[in-house]
Ligand binder design. Structure first.
Ligand code: SF4
Length: 348
């Protein structure tokens, strides 16, 4: 089976180029064609000898993702549904913020983690994505933005799937998009989000880089978190927090906790107090996310007044907070919703 062109960074290309008997400077040229000029075929790589282009075509696949649908929201959010070579589908989202444009990528087809508020997990896990399939999502998003002369500033690995269950591909993905010869996205502009796969939080803390980490927390105690996120039975909250403290001490970087507010489940004053006590003294930011509606789950939204009350209580414990601005409200914005619809996992 052929590899995908986006599976490789400069080092891998250099190895391959050498093995084919070509001068090593060709690897830099290939990277430039792929990531700076963002061509879509080997024929366009006009400064490469024809023999090399033919060899590339023999060993590598170019078309990694096929665009099935593109939904554009009034607020500029763009959601892609991409088809993969094995007929699976994944989602990628472009979001616009005051500080620039970010892309949210997917690392697995489906997800086995089973968070009760999430549409991505409805059909379970199908498979891990390859590095190239993750990289191609950012390239496709950038190609879309090229039409208006805009640029991807940051990348969040928060789409469908648990990146720490596809650790090696995720790490290689980060390295490729961060490369100067690649998309050159700064490490501090890349965030990986995990539901709490504890052993890989330690691994991630030990990586020699500035990439940011976010933890999906969603509950202030063991019992409620286990009900909302079954992974909490595998990796209890106590162990998760110990890993978080290790991360903070090892890296000196601030940690983000994602907290989806679900009406009357985890959004009450007493839960805000419990959370405030739990995180007090930590170098962290709590990102409060009014939960997106998933028809199958029947969750109610937290009223605005309660969102602000929750925030005020956290701040009384000197815990920094933000409230995530809702984006793409007029499209299938919730993670996994578009794919689930397309694959018949949700009712229309
Ligand atoms: S929230 Fe993330 S980890 Fe949880 S089920 Fe959804 S995709 Fe998986």
């Amino acid at each position: 089976m052929k590899s995908f062109v986006y599976d490789y960074g400069t080092e891998d290309w250099t190895k391959w180029i050498k093995s084919q008997g070509h001068p090593t400077f060709r690897s830099k040229q290939i990277m430039e064609w792929l990531y700076s000029k963002r061509v879509t075929s080997f024929d366009e790589m006009t400064n490469l000898p024809k023999t090399l282009r033919e060899e590339l075509a023999r060993y590598f696949e170019f078309e990694t993702l096929e665009t099935i649908t593109t939904q554009t929201s009034q607020d500029g959010t763009v959601k892609f549904l991409f088809g993969l070579h094995d007929k699976n589908a994944i989602e990628t989202v472009i979001m616009r913020h005051q500080y620039g444009i970010s892309v949210c990528v997917t690392t697995q087809v489906g997800c086995r983690i089973g968070c009760t508020f999430c549409a991505s997990t409805l059909g379970g896990l199908k498979r891990n994505l390859t590095t190239g399939e993750i990289v191609a999502q950012v390239v496709k998003a950038q190609q879309h933005l090229d039409q208006t002369g805009e640029r991807v500033k940051s990348v969040v690995i928060m789409g469908s799937g648990e990146p720490f269950e596809n650790y090696d591909a995720t790490i290689q993905f980060v390295r490729i998009i961060n490369e100067e010869n690649g998309l050159n996205i700064g490490q501090r502009h890349i965030t990986v989000s995990t539901s709490g796969v504890v052993p890989n939080i330690y691994r991630f803390a030990d990586e020699d880089w500035q990439v940011r980490l976010a933890i999906s927390l969603h509950a202030p105690n063991q019992d409620l978190r286990s009900r909302l996120m079954p992974i909490n039975r595998r990796f209890p909250l106590k162990d998760l927090l110990t890993a978080c403290w290790y991360y903070l001490q090892k890296t000196g970087r601030r940690l983000t906790f994602e907290y989806a507010l679900i009406g009357e489940k985890n959004d009450q004053d007493e839960q805000a107090h419990e959370l405030g006590k739990l995180l007090s003294g930590m170098n962290c930011l709590v990102n409060l996310i009014p939960v997106n509606f998933v028809p199958e789950r029947n969750f109610v939204r937290t009223p605005k007044k309660q969102i602000f009350a929750f925030q005020r209580i956290l701040e009384s414990y000197h815990v920094s907070t933000t409230i995530r601005r809702e984006q793409g409200h007029d499209i299938d914005a919730a993670c996994g919703q578009l794919r689930a619809k397309q694959q018949g996992l949700l009712e229309k």
